[in-house]
Design a protein around this ligand. Structure first.
Ligand SMILES: [Zn+2]
Length: 70
C-alpha cells in the first residue's frame, strides 16, 4: 500500500474526508470533485446507513465520531 500512496501523492496528503485515514491505511480511496475523498470503509458505513438506518429522503447528517470509532 505504501507504493500506491506514493504513486498518488500530491500537494496535500490524501486522506478520507470522513474518517481521516490515509490512503495507505485503507483499501481504496475515492476522490470526488472539490477535494473530498472517501475510503472504502466509510462507503460501507454510508451504504449501511442509507440501507438500514434511514427512512425517507434527503440529507442524512452523520456525526464524525460515527466513522472514526468503528
Ligand atoms: Zn474513511
Amino acid at each position: 500500500m505504501v507504493e500506491r500512496a506514493e504513486q498518488f501523492a500530491g500537494p496535500k496528503p490524501l486522506t478520507c474526508s470522513f474518517c481521516g485515514k490515509h490512503i495507505g491505511d485503507v483499501l481504496r480511496l475515492v476522490s470526488g470533485p472539490g477535494g473530498v475523498e472517501i475510503c472504502n470503509e466509510c462507503i460501507d458505513l454510508a451504504a449501511e446507513i442509507v440501507l438500514t438506518e434511514c427512512s425517507g429522503e434527503g440529507l442524512v447528517r452523520v456525526p464524525a465520531y460515527y466513522f472514526k470509532h468503528r
